[in-house]
Design a protein around this ligand. Structure first.
Ligand SMILES: [Zn+2]
Ligand SMILES: [Zn+2]
Length: 257
């Protein structure tokens, strides 16, 4: 399984894009920096977009993908919780701000095709087994475990705060792509809005090891550009303390598992 990080940040500045991952060129996880990272040919290969939740930094490129894709030969399937799809329908793809690409070019053959996922109900998407697992964010959110046919698997948390013990019970990934959205000094605030600091991540990884008996390779994304150097420093300390590998994700990073 080849994973490409398209966007590794929670905000957009030159050279840094909002969160989005691409698996084997066909399966996108979140759509923060999807179209700005991919050529038209690459966009035409994307078969499905899985959204962890509705927040703008994870969903915005559905509009630009829709705009590019309305003339593509194949539609793109959007997988998300019903709460997520509902808000996208009323706010992002409302047909007033721009075209509603879930009804365009025609109601009968739209380009974007929404599908509801339910927590802990596995689905087969393009040959991958996809398991949506609830995480702890300010709005209804799921992380996704993606398992390929050859048994390789990753878990992407999307946005989450602490309290992932129940989540860990359901997954066994070789690669964990997880968020860290601020520095340890802001831990109280991060916790209250459903995000992690490096210190909070350490606690979650200790729970993971307790529950699963191992630690996967970890890549951190959803980094606010203004806190990148602080987060980098604090993550290095956690990696040293836990005697494990933790990488800071970046745009264009490629990981093979
Ligand atoms: Zn969010
Ligand atoms: Zn976010």
């Amino acid at each position: 399984m080849k994973v490409r990080i398209l966007g590794a940040h929670s905000a957009e500045v030159k050279g840094q894009r909002m969160v989005s991952l691409l698996i084997d060129g066909i399966l996108a996880l979140d759509a923060g920096g999807l179209t700005s990272s991919l050529s038209l040919r690459e966009q035409q290969k994307v078969r499905a977009v899985l959204l962890t939740h509705h927040h703008f930094d994870h969903s915005r490129d559905l509009v630009t993908l829709g705009s590019n894709g309305a003339t593509f030969a194949s539609p793109v399937y959007i997988y998300a919780l019903s709460e997520t799809l509902e808000i996208l329908h009323f706010c992002l793809l409302d047909g007033k701000m721009y075209a509603d690409f879930s009804k365009w070019p025609s109601k009968e053959r739209p380009f974007l095709r929404p599908n509801v996922v339910e927590p802990l109900k596995p689905l087969n998407i393009e040959g991958y087994t996809v398991l949506p697992v609830p995480v702890q964010h300010a709005v209804p959110s799921v992380g996704f475990q993606i398992t390929s046919m050859d048994g390789k698997s990753l878990f992407y948390t999307g946005d989450t705060g602490p309290g992932l013990e129940a989540c860990w019970q359901h997954i066994s990934p070789q690669l964990l792509i997880v968020e860290v959205s601020g520095i340890n000094k802001s831990q109280g605030f991060l916790k209250s809005v459903g995000h992690l600091s490096a210190g909070l991540l350490k606690e979650e990884l200790l729970h993971f090891r307790q529950v699963k008996g191992y630690l996967p390779r970890v890549v951190v994304i959803h980094i606010p550009p203004q806190f990148e150097s602080g987060i980098n420093r604090e993550i290095k300390i956690v990696a040293r303390e836990l005697k494990m590998r933790i990488d800071i994700g970046f745009e264009g990073m490629k990981i093979t598992i």
